[in-house]
Design a protein around this ligand. Structure first.
Ligand SMILES: Nc1ncnc2c1ncn2[C@@H]1O[C@H](COP(=O)(O)OP(=O)(O)OP(=O)(O)O)[C@@H](O)[C@H]1O
Ligand SMILES: [Mg+2]
Length: 353
């Protein structure tokens, strides 16, 4: 064989080897994806159910699960917010989920939407609500979350009538620390790092042990909030948004730290940051607390519900101080979430030294 023939032979062999290696890689990637997911396409509804593999999801029958999911109705509603309605899906006496229905966006956004959901499904942390799967149909999407039996911190602190329940100081401290750990995990341990963008008491849910679980991270980027939802402003919620957000419109980790500072104030004062009274007066919970602290009347801001029982004043003061540095107007002066976790943990450590 002459040189040109040899060259042609080598080129052909390399091309075939290249194509075969690509096919093998694709098959392996697909197999890996399949190992992580259970996909069920439903011809009748025209939708696709993706369930992330976990012992709980593997114990379910996809078609029966889908049928139950599609039968959810108004009587199953447990809440609603800026992005959609939340339903309770009961599968058996011991298994239930929270299903959030979102109105479907454009096809282009939906491709990104599925990618984001896959990333969310990979996140597992004891202080973050697990996303178990999703369902996409032509006109809407459903997100299937772990059900949090104690609802949200918001309902605990500000619920009406029977819904409002008393939270003692140790429970509030535990919730603050758990939520801080969850947000810190998103900021520092996830790759790529995740900015929550909508930290608030209704996105801090409570499990059966009253442990805090952060929910709805990523939703602010995935979805445009429903325009009719009054409390949601751009991406995030009025009353919790850092001041610089109004100038730059950019969500940052330090913006999440600020919103977490507002949640700490909420736990300490029992007041609702989105309360009309604050918004009407043009003052926010943060400005109100800062004014009272400047006047050295801190004890006036503490939640009157906490007066009934003994509370550790040193602990309360330390949490107040942490809240105030999270609420520094200058973002660079705010601590990182990892530092906030350390400061909150330190409160208990120093107590036992
Ligand atoms: N996984 C869950 N388990 C139990 N209850 C939930 C769950 N997710 C949401 N809820 C309930 O549904 C309510 C509404 O949640 P949703 O996230 O739709 O709105 P929101 O957090 O109030 O506002 P936004 O849409 O701006 O985040 C919550 O306050 C909570 O009570
Ligand atoms: Mg929410």
């Amino acid at each position: 064989m002459g040189n040109p023939q040899m060259l042609a032979f080598y080129i052909t062999v390399s091309c075939i080897a290249f194509v075969i290696s690509k096919i093998i890689i694709s098959i392996l990637l697909y197999k890996r994806w399949k190992r992580k997911h259970l996909v069920y396409e439903d011809d009748f509804s025209g939708g696709k159910m993706v369930m992330f593999r976990s012992p709980i999801m593997q114990s379910l029958k996809s078609d029966a699960f889908l049928k139950k999911t599609l039968k959810l109705s108004n009587k199953d509603i447990i809440g609603s917010g800026g992005y959609g309605t939340v339903y309770k899906l009961t599968v058996s006496d011991s298994t239930a989920f929270a299903v959030k229905r979102l109105n479907r966006g454009t096809a282009e956004r939906d491709r990104g939407f599925e990618r984001e959901l896959e990333a969310m499904g990979d996140i597992k942390h004891r202080n973050i609500v697990t996303l178990h799967g999703y369902y996409t149909a032509p006109h809407y999407n459903l997100l299937i979350y772990e059900l949090m039996p104690n609802g949200s911190l918001d309902t605990f602190l500000h619920g009406k009538g029977m819904n409002k329940k008393f939270l003692d100081w140790p429970s509030r401290y535990k919730i603050a620390l758990g939520a801080a750990r969850g947000i810190s995990y998103l900021h520092h341990d996830c790759i790529p790092h995740i900015i929550h963008r909508d930290i608030k008491s209704s996105n801090i849910l409570l499990d059966q042990n009253m442990e805090a679980r952060v929910s709805d991270f990523g939703l602010a980027t995935l979805m445009e909030p429903d325009k009719t939802h009054v409390s949601t402003f751009v991406a995030g919620t009025f009353g919790y948004l850092a001041p610089e957000y109004f100038d730059t419109g950019r969500a940052t980790a330090k913006g999440d730290v600020y919103s977490f500072g507002v949640v700490l104030l909420e736990l300490l004062t029992g007041k609702k940051p989105t309360d009309e009274a604050f918004i009407e007066e043009g003052t926010r919970l943060v400005t109100w607390v800062k004014t009272v602290v400047e006047q050295k009347r801190e004890d006036h801001v503490l939640d009157s519900n906490l007066e009934c029982c003994t509370v550790d004043e040193n602990e309360i003061n330390s949490v107040f101080n942490i809240a105030l540095i999270c609420l520094e107007p200058e973002p660079s002066k705010r601590p990182s979430m990892a530092e906030v976790v350390k400061m909150l943990e330190q409160i208990k450590i120093t107590k036992f030294i």
